[in-house]
Write a protein that binds this ligand. Structure first.
Ligand SMILES: N[C@@H](CCC(=O)N[C@@H](CS)C(=O)NCC(=O)O)C(=O)O
Length: 253
């Protein structure tokens, strides 16, 4: 179900943690202009109970993805769908700069998409969200367990995708040089790292698809959309494989 941005904010539990007294409701001892009687304790109690009842019916339990189909929020959506998670999307109009509104900045102080709200938990940055979801849904088996010997490589690839691969790809797309002082590598090197981590695949962890494939793969999927299939055959085949997944990332969807 999709609801509007403002509706979502009003219904987001952490912004309205409990019902406040009715703004137009009666104050204690105030004279009622219609009946002329004074407001009693029981009147205030009754109004508060009604508020509580209304709040308990309108309150959302599921996760809320702040979303625009033409943004990096499609990465989080892919991950949520791989987890078979129950969630709602709230559309954020980037042209209207809704991502910079005071209400949205309370969710994501960087003023960007995506953002995910799970009850009291607020998350931003795709990598953080994917790490969170993989751990929240262990039954989806999208992350090696914390005690597994593969956990270190998994965490490294999750961070590599966003701290090295993504900015390197940005530089390449904008025809910019990548001096090493910037803290990330050039795109050719980054693709070489991914190819060697992929090995014979089919995924980064062999037969097992993980959140690392969502993070690394989403970058390579964007690249294919912008500039066509990779000349590196191993990467091109990997991207085709990812695109073939039923939940695969869809831009504009
Ligand atoms: N590293 C961030 C990137 C977030 C990002 O740049 N989002 C863009 C949309 S693709 C955005 O919200 N831009 C609007 C703006 O900066 O005002 C992530 O992966 O979550």
């Amino acid at each position: 179900m999709e609801t509007s941005f403002s509706e979502g904010l009003i219904r987001t539990p952490f912004l309205t943690p409990y019902p406040t007294a009715l703004p137009d409701g009666p104050a204690l001892n105030e004279s009622n202009p219609v009946t002329g009687t004074r407001t009693k304790n029981s009147d205030v109690f009754y109004t508060t109970c009604l508020n509580l009842l209304e709040w308990s019916f309108t309150r959302e339990e599921g996760m809320i993805l702040y979303y625009n189909p033409y943004s990096r929020a499609v990465v989080t959506k892919w991950m949520l769908d791989e987890c078979a998670a129950d969630y709602e999307t709230h559309f954020i109009d980037l042209e209207k700069q809704e991502q910079k509104s005071a209400e949205f900045l309370k969710i994501n102080p960087s003023g960007k998409l995506p953002a995910l709200v799970d009850e009291e938990t607020k998350l931003f940055e795709n990598a953080a969200i994917c790490l969170y979801l993989a751990d929240k849904f262990p039954e989806a088996k999208l992350a090696p367990r914390a005690t597994s010997s593969e956990r270190g490589r998994y965490l490294s690839l999750m961070v590599y995708s966003t701290s090295q691969l993504e900015p390197a790809m940005g530089d390449a797309l904008m025809d910019m040089e990548t001096p090493p002082q910037r803290g990330w590598t050039d795109f050719e090197t980054a693709q070489g790292v991914i190819e060697s981590e992929l090995g014979d695949g089919p995924y980064l962890f062999g037969e097992r698809f993980t959140a690392a494939d969502v993070m690394v793969g989403s970058m390579l999927l964007w690249k294919k959309l912008w500039t066509g299939p990779s000349k590196r055959t191993r990467i091109a085949a990997y991207v085709d494989r990812l695109e073939g997944r039923p939940a695969a990332m869809k831009i504009g969807g």
